[in-house]
Every structure is written in structure tokens, then in C-alpha cells.
Design a protein around this ligand. Structure first.
Ligand SMILES: [Ca+2]
Ligand SMILES: [Ca+2]
Ligand SMILES: [Ca+2]
Ligand SMILES: [Ca+2]
Length: 130
């Protein structure tokens, strides 16, 4: 009796393991559906991949691990504040690549709007975040 219970238990564990394995094999997490899997996506919660028209394709101009699309933290203190806004104002109208949040080549009102949506938060999330 004890042996058969053990056999049933181990069979059940094996079956469960196979279900988990097949579930993992069948789906790669891509939270924002931008065709970049979350583990490689430098903005895992914001679409910034090749499947996103008019957005940066994983561009990370300041190289901090967060893509421009989700990185309004220009002074890299890990929070988007008035200090970052001052930096944005200073480069407004220029081709500064770091403050060009939508990667259209120039810092304009579109980047300001994107910045406002990031204000008060931390940059990211991104898989390669420091
Ligand atoms: Ca993304
Ligand atoms: Ca960045
Ligand atoms: Ca900051
Ligand atoms: Ca721009």
C-alpha cells in the first residue's frame, strides 16, 4: 500500500513537471508584445521593439540598461524628478539622443509628453537594468 501510494505520488509529480515544462516551452513571456522577450527587453513593460511603429527599437542612448522609451531618468539617480526635467529643458529643440525618448531624432513636445508619463517613477522596468 505504501509503495503504490508512492508510485502514484511520483507519477503525479512527473505529470505535473511535464505540464510545467510544456507550458514554459510553449510561451516566451513578452509582456508588452513588442516582439522582444521580457528577458532581453530593456523596457519590458513598454513596447519598444521592431513591432512598434514610431517607437525606439531597444535604443538606450545613455547605456544604463533602460531603453529610451522607459527612461526619463537623465541624471541616473534612479528616479524621474525635477532635476531630470531641467536636463530635458536644457536640451529641448536639440538632437540630444538621451532626452529623445521617442527616438525621432529631436527633443520636442512628444518627448515632453513621454517624460510626463514617466515623472515620479523609476526608470524601466528592463531586463538588463543595473
Ligand atoms: Ca519593450
Ligand atoms: Ca537609458
Ligand atoms: Ca533622475
Ligand atoms: Ca523626440
Amino acid at each position: 500500500m505504501r509503495l503504490s501510494l508512492l508510485a502514484i505520488a511520483s507519477t503525479a509529480m512527473l505529470a505535473l513537471g511535464m505540464i510545467v515544462l510544456s507550458a514554459n516551452a510553449g510561451s516566451i513571456d513578452d509582456t508588452d508584445s513588442d516582439l522582444i522577450p521580457d528577458v532581453f527587453d530593456n523596457c519590458s513593460a513598454v513596447a519598444n521593439g521592431p513591432g512598434t511603429a514610431g517607437q525606439c527599437n531597444q535604443v538606450d542612448a545613455d547605456g544604463d540598461g533602460f531603453g529610451n522609451t522607459c527612461d526619463g531618468d537623465f541624471n541616473n539617480d534612479n528616479v524621474v524628478t525635477g532635476a531630470d526635467f531641467s536636463i530635458l529643458l536644457a536640451v529641448f529643440g536639440t538632437t540630444d539622443p538621451v532626452s529623445d525618448l521617442n527616438c525621432d531624432g529631436v527633443v520636442t513636445g512628444g518627448d515632453f509628453s513621454a517624460f510626463l508619463s514617466l515623472f515620479g517613477g523609476a526608470p524601466g522596468p528592463g531586463a538588463t537594468a543595473i
